[in-house]
Design a protein around this ligand. Structure first.
Ligand code: J2J
Length: 551
């Protein structure tokens, strides 16, 4: 979705700050919640009129001296975080960034990440949440799709250097202000702090979240302060976190799961603490759990399984762990059953999506429910139905496509104007095949119906990978599919028809190198397997039969 520049301009005030009195921010291409729904969500107390900046301000006044964010280099209390946020907000404003500007945040799990994101909220700019794993190809796409005004990254992290990419963006997008943050060094923003006032409205789009999407262009998902923070507060309540909770951020912090279910924002909502893990390996994470008395962690199934199978488990005291939240991809039942006996904590299954709807298993659910279902929705006003291929609702317990709308799921209209069957997300939120909702509203994911590969929780649009491969001059055609995999759920396989079938080139390793160095795509989108064929299987209507390829 391309989002043209908003028509609302910020009003510089005499003291250089931005006028806090604002009219609604309009972004073309973003569909508002219909007025009657918005009124109901407010009346029911779901939307409380809070911005992300106000959320942090609340935590700062309630828990100024408690630790908020910790990484390998620094610990910030809520008061300390707030001070840095205002200074960095001042630096962004001095560069001319302000309300409604889209700013790509491309940073690893660090204290600086939290400072930057809240500084952007503070000036009313919209962070666009790139993943640290993204590379030049994806960042270029985001800059275009979001009509970005800013790009924030770090100099280097671990073995990865990000600074060169900033130079590239500077050259390719003259309108984009770039910021390269030296990790662990506070001197990069040392100017006067911006006074703390709300520079956005609770009904404004707060940020653009990314989704793997299903097409060749990235999908940017607009979420408002009101709707997102409702899901965050409820997630915190459902997951029983409070100011004594300590979450280990294992997955990329930009991902919707780590951000909000209940995630970083849930921890801030209750005054808890987030410890940033530089990587998801059992060695690093189990050590951090022991060192920081971690109580909670959000994990994708392959990471959970790696922890369960790790020899480090025997050497570490992880008794502080209360619960692991597991989602992003289907958790195998056998792994689910190992959590309580082997990690000594409870399991919460989380089935969520960046578009909105989030489901949790609940405390007090019987073992069968916790190990075999992906939970039930957060809100009594989440409407979920499961329909067949013709869009007709199926009976309880029968598999079909999921459709949903509710108080924190993005909206789109079907066809012309609003119709009763308007669903959130798209005309039909075609998702995995779901069984349910059963009588108690619990959902079980049983398969996939959308053209998206779920590689251990990382979502990949086959069309995106196909487009990059088609840029290779020795490739005639290509079809990318997900193939079943025990460890990751799915892996990526590319069926390639060479231009010259006799030549033996390109080889799989040449194609990997081509994607990595010439196309500069994120490593997780590079096919795990290449199959060289002379034709693709087709369906009876002549379309490529991806289903039979994936088998
Ligand atoms: C099976 N498939 C799942 C699960 C997501 C919390 C947790 C996860 C995400 C997320 C999120 C699944 N079992 N437990 O945003 O807030 C698949 C479904 C879904 C897609 C969404 C959150 N949990 N999935 O994973 O936007 O196919 O969000 O539609 O990245 O992941 O992917 P994403």
């Amino acid at each position: 979705m391309a989002i043209p520049t908003s028509s609302v301009h910020t009003m510089p005030m005499r003291d250089g700050t931005v006028d806090p009195v604002v009219s609604p921010l309009r972004l073309d291409g973003v569909v508002d919640y219909p007025a009657e729904f918005a009124a109901e969500y407010r009346e029911k107390g779901y939307w409380i009129g809070q911005t992300h900046s106000a959320l942090l301000a609340g935590a700062v006044s309630a828990h100024p001296d408690r630790p908020a964010v910790v990484d390998l280099r620094r610990t910030l209390t809520y008061a300390g975080l707030s001070e840095r946020v205002q200074v960095i907000a001042g630096a962004f404003a001095a560069e001319g960034l302000g309300r409604g500007d889209r700013v790509i945040v491309h940073m690893p799990n660090t204290v600086e990440y939290v400072e930057v994101v809240f500084a952007l909220f503070e000036i009313g700019a919209l962070p666009v949440f790139a993943l640290a794993a993204h590379r030049s190809a994806e960042i270029h796409q985001f800059c275009t799709a979001a009509t970005a005004r800013g790009y924030v990254t770090v100099d280097k992290f671990g073995l990865t250097s990000y600074g060169d990419l900033a130079t590239e963006i500077d050259t390719d997008f003259p309108d984009v202000s770039t910021f390269v943050i030296p990790i662990g060094d506070e001197s990069w923003a040392a100017g006067p702090p911006l006074p703390r006032v709300d520079r956005s409205l609770p009904s404004d789009v707060a940020f653009l979240q990314l989704s793997g999407g299903t097409t060749g262009t990235p999908k940017l998902i607009p979420r408002t302060h009101d709707d997102y923070l409702y899901s965050v507060r409820e997630s915190a309540r459902i997951c029983h976190i409070d100011s004594s909770s300590v979450m280990l951020a294992v997955l990329p912090i930009s991902h919707n799961f780590t951000m909000s279910s209940p995630g970083l924002l849930g921890m801030i909502a209750v005054g808890g603490c987030v410890v940033m893990s530089p990587d998801p390996s059992p060695d690093t994470c189990l050590r951090l759990i022991e060192e920081h008395a971690i109580t909670h962690a959000a994990l994708v199934p392959p990471v959970l399984i790696a922890w369960l199978n790790s020899s480090a488990l025997a050497d570490r005291d992880i008794s502080s762990l209360e619960s692991v939240w597991v989602g992003g991809a289907k958790l195998p039942e056998e792994a689910a059953r190992r959590v309580a006996p082997e990690l000594g904590c409870t399991l919460t299954q989380v089935f969520g999506m960046a578009e909105g709807l989030v489901n949790y298993t609940r405390t007090g659910d019987d073992d069968e429910t916790v190990t075999t279902t992906q939970g039930r929705p957060i809100s009594p006003d989440d409407e979920v139905r499961v329909v067949d291929d013709a869009g007709v609702p199926v009976a309880d317990g029968v598999a079909g496509h999921l459709q949903t709308r509710g108080p924190y799921t993005i909206r789109a209209t079907t066809g012309r104007g609003a119709q009763p069957e308007v669903v959130h997300g798209r005309r039909v939120l075609r998702d995995r095949r779901h069984r349910g909702p059963g009588p108690r509203g619990y959902l079980t994911v049983v398969g996939r119906s959308k053209d998206q590969i779920n590689r251990g929780g990382e979502k990949i649009a086959p069309a995106m990978v196909e487009n990059h491969l088609l840029a290779h001059h020795e490739i005639h055609d290509v079809s990318v599919v997900g193939i079943p995999d025990d460890a990751l759920g799915e892996r990526i396989c590319a069926y390639v028809i060479r231009r010259d079938s006799e030549s033996g080139t390109p080889t799989a390793s040449q194609l990997r190198a081509f994607l990595r160095t010439e196309r500069q795509v994120a490593a997780y989108t590079i096919p795990d397997r290449f199959e060289f064929v002379t034709e693709f299987p087709t369906t009876s209507v002549g379309k490529i039969d991806k289903k039979s390829q994936g088998e």
